[in-house]
Design a protein around this ligand. Structure first.
Ligand code: ADP
Ligand code: 5GP
Length: 199
């Protein structure tokens, strides 16, 4: 496996967006990519979770088996990887290098264990970290339920994990440069965009 192409990556400092499942990360990123179709590259993660309706292999995720995932772990093919709920998720070195080679700014949508690994990575250039928060846990639960993509058991795991994400964001260890509360979508998008594109 090729090492991280640090020179190419450094020219375009990456952005990490994190926050509880259901906070609105995908919604905000979709808008951003529609408004700026050539500026960013979404880091397509590997996951062992199955595709949701409409999700495309190679665009939203690389959907792989647990065996394929663990093989790539053994090959040291990931910049970071973590387990979330019952599934594995990881950012491959290749996903990030592909974006750097196109001269685009890399955007990673990852959970907190991955955030910690990226923030403490020995070679990956430090990205800028954006945390997207729901207005409250009640609203988060409503959004997860009305999204209707997960079974009850998975929703409960996501809500439990959401508490950990919120606690982490408040802790001294958190690397976040900016926290945006996604209450009104237009307002949250504007704030996130200002952070991401710097104007
Ligand atoms: P994430 O990617 O963080 O898991 P999503 O982008 O899938 O979250 O958003 C979760 C659900 O909440 C989706 O159904 C989305 O349409 C909805 N949603 C996102 N932002 C808002 C908002 N500001 N107000 C109301 N609903 C929202
Ligand atoms: P979902 O199943 O809702 O798409 O994602 C669940 C969680 O996994 C989200 O918090 C998302 O940010 C996170 N995630 C997605 N890809 C990766 C990845 O490559 N690495 C890590 N650590 N988390 C990821």
């Amino acid at each position: 496996m090729a090492p991280t192409d640090t020179s190419a990556v450094e020219r375009n400092r990456a952005i990490v967006i994190s926050g509880p499942s259901g906070a609105g990360k995908s919604t905000i990123l979709k808008r951003l990519f529609e408004e700026y179709p050539d500026k960013f590259g979404f880091s397509v993660s590997h996951t062992t979770r199955g595709p949701r309706g409409g999700e495309q292999h190679g665009k939203d995720y690389n959907f792989v088996t647990k065996e394929e995932f663990l093989d790539l772990v053994d090959q040291k093919g990931f910049i970071e990887h973590a387990q979330f709920g019952d599934n594995h998720y990881g950012t491959s070195i290749k996903a990030v290098n592909d974006i750097a080679e196109k001269g685009r700014i890399c955007i990673l949508d990852i959970e907190m264990e991955g955030v910690k690994q990226v923030a403490n990575h020995p070679t990956f250039p430090r990205p800028r970290f954006l945390f997207l928060s729901p207005p409250s846990m009640e609203v988060l639960e409503q959004r997860l339920r009305s999204r209707a993509t997960d079974k009850e058991e998975a929703i409960l795991k996501r809500l439990k994990q959401a508490k950990n994400e919120m606690e982490f964001a408040k802790s001294a260890e958190a690397p976040h440069d900016k926290i945006v509360v996604n209450d009104d979508l237009d307002k949250a998008y504007k704030e996130a965009k200002e952070f991401i594109i710097g104007s």
